[in-house]
Design a protein around this ligand. Sequence first.
Ligand SMILES: Cc1ncc(COP(=O)(O)O)c(C=O)c1O
Length: 323
Amino acid sequence: MSAGRTAAPGAGRWVFHDGDFMPAADVRLSPSLQALQYGTGVFEGIRSYAADSGDAHLYRAHDHFTRMIGSARLLRIAIDHSAAELVEIAAELLRRNGHTGDAYLRPLAYKMALEPGVPFGVRLQGVSSALTIVSLPMGSYTSKDGISCGISSWRRIPDSSLPARAKITGAYANNALATDEATAAGYDDAIFLNQAGHVAEASTANVFLVRAGRVATPAQDSDILEGITRDSVISLLRRQTGIEVERRTVLRSELHTADEIFLTGTGCEIVPVTALDGRPVGSGVPGPITRTVMAAYDRSVRGRDPHDDQGWLTPVHSTPVLL
Ligand SMILES: Cc1ncc(COP(=O)(O)O)c(C=O)c1O
């Protein structure tokens, strides 16, 4: 998604790498890195937000690390930390980098090198693993006024080939092909159909649509990443408006006849889609349900929902100090 990207001036000086905090400049990785050669890595994107209290807090970090541990299990990547420990490491990294405003963390767990005696080739067993986490300052980067999307001619990789529910680095070549096609055609982002021709997801976001007051999003068996923002939106809509989101097969024609479409993702947050395939979505401006979701999500990430605490926020400065 390219619209209005403004705020990513550079990663912090410190990284967490191979079990320790170190300056990023000291990280040495081999060109023979297995993950580089074969795409055998898994990653997450996690945000932290400046809160009114003056402290920053991580948003749903435990859920992100739990998802990463699951993705890693699929590729036999060993992660030597629990999700709770990884949350503490993430908070410590933000502190070391002085990222007290809105920031972004990118944990990456990956296959590193063949163990002694293991023959050359693509494989998962007999290959060592590593974990690196970087953080960088990052504010909102997508247009809150709406973006344009095109339905991609590239189909989402099916679960039977490379599961979208695991954030596998190599699988993102599929996403890159779609965004490349979309931006070359003048759109801001692509929406994938799956092999069955049903709506899957956007390049790095889940898709929601509103038709006649009902809200739907593709079900978990639609070859999607089970987005944590998607889950937050489903939960916020239920608790704050009583709207129950339908998780089901979504047809392409439903998008073309929708009153509203919006995308959800940790990076892009909540983004209205106001044009699809060169046609306006609904009245061509963000609709009322989209605006409700944007406001609810903003309150949630900033900790302004005191009566709505789901345990989603981890204060950066009051988590244990790791040495
Ligand atoms: C393909 C894809 N779908 C959906 C999402 C949204 O997931 P989440 O809300 O967990 O960030 C992402 C974001 O990383 C993504 O890459």
